[in-house]
Write a protein that binds this ligand. Structure first.
Ligand code: F6R
Length: 599
């Protein structure tokens, strides 16, 4: 998730762009750059925070330009990979947020036609494609170039030969125009220009726009000019950074249809090879997953995936305990899961494993993090920065990466048939709509959160792959609402926890119509026999469950492994609303930090 900005008007573009980038740095901040345009195109880039870039850019007074703050997905964190990217003649510059899925083929074709590349990014192909199509009209060249792109993009271009113009285009990545008086802005998000104007035009998929000092023109995907409404936003900058949501956590929950699509984009296919995660890891004899907190629960779910799909014996260990465990298997693969890539316990576990000669695969959201530097292989979850302390979008992406890795290994090992993989791929592609199905039930989930918000204790139960989901549901609730919550394997209640059940202890039961179904219903009946209220999270076609429980929250019918992801979203919303109704500081719960860098 990167941030882009463009400005054309009468003010100093250097100031506007740098200021806008600072406002967008919540979208990513590993490197940044700006391209200023007058009679020449001048590009400045720097690794690190925007302030470092600011020190490097001299006080040039131009009144148009584009800028970018990067969160790496293709290519490491280097100055060469920072945006803007330019064509061979350094006449055209582009900034991009999104992922170009077919960049490898395009890059090869362009190199064969003599283009010289200076970065490892997917974006640079776009600059060269525009260069090829350019005959003095930037919008025409952009129109022709983007027809060749597969993937997602919000793009903004400038050309040295048309210094008063910015052309921008959008497909599946956010893009919004700011309308001032004789000045215009284009950006990934409103905070980038809100100080100057609160009049905005939302650009939709397939639309393109041309900004100049004279105004904005917008075109549909057939290049026909269209009229669009100007909306007035009355948000403060702080509210705008949360896109109007009351907390970052809620914004990040709602981002999941997009973040999950970014996670699988360009990595899955209906036909062979089905999954390409670009890690050259051999199928191991065994797997040990190490992680903490929410990432640990993703790892517990991963155990079910690797064992069921790829028939690989898998253990999931808490990073902080791993060092105390005796036998380390150097023929096995260590998978370290960490959103931040900086969790001290996980880094210590990985260093320990490497001493025994184990190979380490990292699943993380942060390119260039300490974990990626120690690991032998890295899979990025590609969610963009997560600001709320409670992990949400990164958890669902971790689940998906584990599933895709299990499918890849299962295929290589021959433990899963092609047809079943195809079925999984079809469902993975539908995940954004499955998540949206749950988000559409927000009001219903909020109503149920009302019922638990004043309870002292809430239990979460699940079986099979939904046992880790129950643990995660409890963790989410306790960390942000401060309600005491416990997650249990449903079969374990009778071995002790039953003693705590009263009619004041709600039990949230994650129900799946798989091999655990009958046993789960029996467990729910046992709970009801103690008069505890039960909220079931069940699929939309499961009518039987209704007769056993007090409330049902629905998720769409999918294979059980896939359904973990929409179920996780139900649990996130339930925790969010309970905490919000209690007036808790959701984005910064007491005593907790986003990145835990002490052991
Ligand atoms: C809970 C949460 C934490 C983290 C844990 C590990 O919502 O976010 O439990 O999951 O601190 O952090 P990472 O994944 O960065 O290693």
């Amino acid at each position: 998730m990167c941030g882009i900005i463009g400005y054309v008007g009468f003010r100093n573009a250097r100031e506007i762009l740098l200021e806008g980038l600072k406002r967008l740095d919540y979208r990513g901040y590993d490197s940044a750059g700006i391209g200023l345009i007058s009679d020449k195109l001048i590009v400045y880039k720097e690794v690190g925070e925007i302030e470092k870039l600011e020190k490097q850019v001299p006080a040039i007074n131009t009144t148009a330009g584009i800028g970018h703050t990067r969160w790496a997905t293709h290519g490491g964190v280097t100055k060469a990979n920072a945006h803007p990217h330019t064509d061979c003649k350094k006449k055209i510059a582009v900034v991009h947020n999104g992922i170009i899925e077919n960049f490898k083929e395009l890059r090869e074709e362009l190199i064969n036609r003599g283009h010289k590349f200076t970065s490892d990014t997917d974006t640079e192909v776009v600059a060269h494609l525009v260069e090829e199509a350019y005959d003095g009209c930037l919008e025409k060249a952009v129109s022709s170039a983007i027809k060749k792109l597969k993937g997602s993009y919000a793009l903004a271009f400038v050309s040295k030969d048309e210094p008063d113009k910015i052309v921008a285009a959008r497909k599946e990545s956010p893009l919004v125009i700011g309308v001032g008086d004789n000045e215009y802005f284009v950006a990934s998000d409103i905070p980038a220009f809100l100080k100057y104007t609160n009049r905005v035009i939302y650009i939709e998929d397939g639309e393109k726009c041309i900004l100049s000092r004279k105004g904005v023109k917008i075109f549909d995907e057939n290049d026909k000019e269209i009229e669009k409404d100007i909306n007035v936003v009355d948000w403060s900058i702080e509210e705008a950074e949360k896109a109007g949501f009351s907390h970052y956590m809620l914004k990040e929950i709602y981002e999941q249809p997009r973040s999950i699509a970014d996670s699988f984009r360009g990595r899955i296919y209906e036909k062979e090879p089905h999954v390409t995660l670009n890690v050259d890891v051999e199928v191991p004899e065994s797997i040990t997953i190490v992680a903490c907190g929410t990432s640990f629960y993703a790892g517990l779910a991963g155990k079910y995936m690797f064992e069921e799909i790829a028939d690989i014996p898998t253990k999931t260990e808490l990073s902080s305990e791993y060092r105390y465990l005796g036998r380390k298997d150097e023929t096995g693969l260590i998978i370290a899961i960490s959103q931040s890539g900086e969790t001290a316990d996980t880094l210590a576990a990985v260093r320990g494993a490497k001493k025994y000669g184990c190979k380490v695969l990292a699943i993380t959201n942060v390119v260039g993090s300490s974990l990626t530097r120690i690991a032998d292989y890295t899979i990025l979850t590609r969610c963009g920065p997560e600001i709320g302390v409670a992990a949400t979008k990164t958890f669902t992406a971790q689940l998906l990466m584990l599933l895709m890795l299990a499918l890849d290994m299962g295929l290589k090992k021959g433990t899963i048939e092609d047809a079943r993989v195809e079925e999984y791929i079809t469902h993975i592609k539908k995940l954004p709509s499955y998540i949206q199905y749950v988000l559409n039930r927000n009001e219903e989930i909020k109503r149920i959160a009302e019922e638990i918000k004043d309870k002292e204790t809430v239990f979460f139960i699940g079986r099979g792959i939904n046992y880790p989901l129950a643990l995660e549901g409890a963790l989410k609730l306790k960390e942000i609402s401060y309600i005491h919550a416990e997650g249990f394997a449903a079969g374990e209640l009778k071995h002790g926890p039953f003693a705590l059940l009263t009619e004041e202890t709600p039990v949230v039961a994650v129900v799946a119509r798989d091999k655990t179904y009958e046993k789960m219903l029996a467990n729910i009946r046992e709970v009801k026999a103690r008069n505890s209220p039960v909220v079931a999270i069940a699929d939309e076609k499961d009518m039987d469950v209704e007769s056993y429980v007090d409330e049902v929250i629905r998720y769409p019918v999918t294979p059980p492994v896939i359904s973990c992801i929409p179920i996780a979203v139900v649990l996130q919303l339930l925790a969010y609303h309970a905490a919000n109704l209690r007036g808790c500081p959701i984005d910064k719960p007491r005593n907790l930090a986003k990145s835990v860098t002490v052991e």
